[in-house]
Design a binder for this molecule. Structure first.
Ligand code: GLA
Length: 354
């Protein structure tokens, strides 16, 4: 399965956690269409943890969708999502239980992959909790990578081992198409900034077919829901979304898209930013060296077609000077060349008091 650009979609976890249902997923799929998210490139509707009963079916050994949350079963829900021209994603885990203590796929990889394929699943997020002693992540992700390939269906493999065990040195070899390179995000400015800065030395494995995953976005959550925490301001969310796009990573929305406000909808459908994220060369950016990088970052990236992207991120609560020298970007004075700038996203009006 070829995955040439970073996947885009929505995932239930950040806002809904355990509180998920057939109706929520259908309404969110509707919102993809009604709000223009699908037209902007968002495609995957993903159910995270907590979708099943607490034990497998004794007779078949299969994981059973919770009939209270998903009374029509997963196949019917997948059909609904597909009828909207979207793709359907689900979640399991490499260990014996999922992180929220539901049955997981250890030693059931091939049965579960087959079940997901029969239901019409297009995307599998695969977590890393409760792995038995003596089994390395590398082997467990290989097992599910093989099981998905043997399932008879193209299923995007989204590995989620939180960036541990030097994941970037082996993950591409498991068949994964994206891999979490950080711990879990929370809806605070500190959380997304820390994640972005932590990627500086971790983008070396990133590229087409297997992308670094900086976690689902908190953009538009405003502190509500499962990873809600203190919440962020609109200006913070602009930084967060632009950072993810500058890094060219998967864009998985995590807010309640059914109630997203206009300002946040405009942000997450910003054509210029999405074009940077989805650039076909899939190069990682570099972060300009700055001893004050906790306070400000300048990020530069080569794009296709003789274009470049530069992002200025002020993490401070006051105005800051940002320096971007052409020589740092590799353009010498002797070259006689310069850049022509086209703004994609500026600071909010009045952000610094004027
Ligand atoms: C882990 C993952 C999260 C989410 C939860 C579900 O913490 O990193 O993204 O999937 O498990 O329990």
């Amino acid at each position: 399965m070829l995955v040439n650009t970073p996947p885009m979609g929505w995932n239930t976890w950040n806002t809904f956690g355990n509180d998920i249902s057939d109706a929520l997923v259908r309404e969110s799929a509707d919102a993809f269409i009604d709000l223009g998210l699908k037209d902007a490139g968002y495609q995957y509707v993903v159910i995270d943890d907590c979708w099943s009963l607490k034990t497998r079916d004794k007779a078949t050994g299969r994981i059973v969708p919770d009939p209270e949350k998903f009374p029509h079963g997963m196949k019917a829900l997948a059909d609904y999502v597909h009828s909207k021209g979207l793709k359907f994603g689900m979640y399991s885990c490499a260990g014996q239980r999922t992180c929220a203590d539901y049955p997981a796929s250890f030693d059931h990889e091939y049965l579960d992959a087959k079940t997901f394929a029969e239901w019409g699943v297009d995307f599998l997020k695969y977590d890393f909790c409760f792995c038995p002693r003596g089994f390395k992540g590398e082997l467990l992700y290989r097992r599910m990578g093989m099981a998905l390939r043997a399932s008879g269906r193209d299923i995007l493999f989204s590995a989620c081992n939180w960036g541990v065990d030097d994941v970037w040195s082996w993950i591409r070899s498991t068949g994964a198409h994206m891999f979490r390179s950080t711990g879990d995000i929370f809806d605070t400015p500190e959380s997304f900034r820390k994640i972005a800065i932590s990627q500086m030395n971790r983008l070396n494995a990133h590229g087409a077919q297997c992308f670094n995953d900086m976690d689902m976005l908190t953009v538009g959550m405003y502190g509500k829901g499962n990873v809600g925490a203190a919440g962020c301001t609109a200006a913070d969310y602009r930084s967060e979304f632009a950072l993810w796009c500058m890094c060219g990573v998967p864009l998985m929305l995590g807010c309640d898209i059914r109630t997203i406000d206009r300002e946040m909808l405009e942000l997450v459908t910003n054509h210029g930013l999405i074009a940077i994220d989805q650039d076909p060369e899939c190069r990682q950016p570099y972060f300009m060296h700055d001893p004050e990088r906790e306070k400000k970052l300048v990020v530069f990236r080569h794009l296709d077609g003789g274009k470049y992207a530069v992002g200025f991120f002020n993490f401070d609560d006051k105005e800051r000077d940002m320096t971007f020298t052409f020589s740092d970007a590799g353009l010498t004075a002797a070259s006689g060349l310069g850049f022509r700038f086209t703004p994609v996203l500026g600071p909010l009006e009045g952000e610094y008091g004027e």
